[in-house]
Design a protein around this ligand. Structure first.
Ligand code: SF4
Length: 433
């Protein structure tokens, strides 16, 4: 793999040599295209510019777009190609260190100092520097990669439960979200939190009972499922910190015997608490799954696929429900065989009757996240795919490729797990399966 900073410079130089009279914005677009082609194909910028015959900007851009977007070039509108300024030095690199979560600092809001969560955190991390906050005055690290140094224990007053915001013009699966925590210790290169989270810390609410109280009083949305579904895990991994929070005890206790299904969404194997208590049939543990090569490339610090499936088998044997989320599906060489093999592995490890639902969603992200990913994960391969600004303003694979993914995975899942609800997440209604 090339050194990306050198490649960035070489791409800028090649653009300058190709179109010396072009203005700054035009140079930026050309250098980005050259950079992205060279990164994907492992070629030199000089080789790419040597293949360009055009001498003016419009023609050169057209030739480069055809090289960069071979599938969508002829059909996509010009405004759907997103070519921001190349700036790989905008953010510090992601820090990929596999180590147990142990914050350097614990900030506790005064109101929840005596809460079980705050007291447990103080016991679990005796070497951490502790600060009691009179008001909400904490601020996290400037660097997102340092977020794990700061644990903040708060009393949540507003953001308890809400319908999943989904995305404009998408088929809605009717999910409800409860925001139990903000911040994650994993380093998935596609994670939206790296661009979205402005407080660089792990934030955990101490007033779990208030959340459950709110759930009791809030009319929850019902989608196409036979049951109302609610889950945590939008702004953090639902189980990663469960040995600290013990949320699962209260959640299982609250939902036992109720009609709604509650889902913990995770990439962890932190299921010990759940195994300590009697299971409930309406508690679902949902694992996000990907082939191991994608986990190695794009889900740093998470658990391997075989460990997720082994944990799912234990959860099922204990009497809970399981779920699987093929999300985000990342298109890569050999993706069909690799994803079909994940389906086979689930089938061979987890009892089909335990699986409450399975979702599929291809990789999508905001345009701002693209710049963040390429700066924090300079050698990423996920951005080498063809992504265009799509119907909801997000960057997505061309529809023709997304369709191929759904037409491959959905029938295979329905065949392997007949009777399990399989659905697409955040996708256009006409692609629904
Ligand atoms: S597990 Fe989820 S929340 Fe955590 S880094 Fe990965 S994508 Fe983000």
């Amino acid at each position: 793999m090339k050194d990306m900073l050198n490649l960035q410079e070489a791409a800028r130089a090649a653009a300058q040599a190709l179109l010396p009279k072009a203005g700054l914005n035009k140079q930026r677009e050309i250098s980005r295209l050259i950079f992205e082609i060279c990164k994907r194909d492992d070629t030199a910028p000089a080789d790419i510019s040597a293949r360009i015959n055009a001498k003016n900007f419009e023609q050169a851009k057209k030739e480069l777009l055809a090289l960069r977007y071979p599938i969508s070039f002829k059909t996509a509108k010009r405004e759907n190609f997103y070519l921001p300024k190349l700036d790989l030095q905008a953010l510090p690199d992601a820090e990929i260190k596999r180590e147990e979560f142990y914050p350097k600092n614990i900030f506790i809001e005064k109101e929840v100092l005596n809460s079980p969560l705050a007291q447990r955190a103080l016991k679990l991390f005796p070497k951490a520097k502790t600060e009691i906050l009179e008001k909400k005055t904490f601020c996290g690290s400037e660097n997102y990669s340092k977020r794990k140094e700061n644990l903040v224990i708060i009393k949540e007053n507003f953001d308890f439960v809400k319908p999943c915001p989904c995305t404009k013009n998408c088929f809605c699966c009717g999910y409800n979200l409860v925001n139990l925590g903000f911040g994650c210790a994993y380093e998935c290169s596609y994670c939206f939190l790296q661009q979205y989270q402005n407080l660089h810390a792990i934030v955990l609410p101490a007033n779990i009972k208030d959340f459950l109280d709110k759930i009791e009083k809030t009319p929850l949305r019902k989608g196409p499922f036979p049951h109302i579904r609610i889950g945590s895990g939008e702004f953090t991994d639902s189980l990663l910190f469960d040995h600290i929070t013990n949320y699962s005890f209260d959640i299982v206790d609250f939902f036992r015997g109720r009609e709604e299904y509650f889902e913990f969404k995770t990439k962890s194997t932190n299921i010990d608490n759940l195994l300590k208590i009697p299971a409930a049939k309406n508690i679902v543990v949902g694992w996000s799954v990907n082939p191991q090569n994608v986990i190695d490339d794009a889900e740093a610090l998470t658990t391997p696929l075989h460990a997720r499936l082994a944990a799912a088998a234990k959860i099922a044997a204990h009497g809970y429900k399981t779920a699987f989320h093929f999300d985000p599906v990342i298109i890569h060489e050999g993706w069909r065989a690799n994803y079909l093999s994940v389906i086979e592995k689930i089938k061979n490890t987890v009892p089909a009757e335990s699986i409450a639902w399975i979702s599929i969603g291809t990789l999508r992200f905001s345009r701002e996240l693209k710049k963040c990913i390429e700066s924090r994960f300079k050698s990423n391969t996920i951005l080498d795919g063809e992504f265009l600004l799509d119907f909801d303003g997000k960057m997505r694979y061309p529809k023709v490729l997304r369709k191929q993914v759904y037409e491959t995975l959905a029938p295979a899942l329905k065949k392997a797990f007949p009777g399990t609800y399989v659905y697409l997440c955040m996708e256009e209604p006409d692609l629904q399966i």
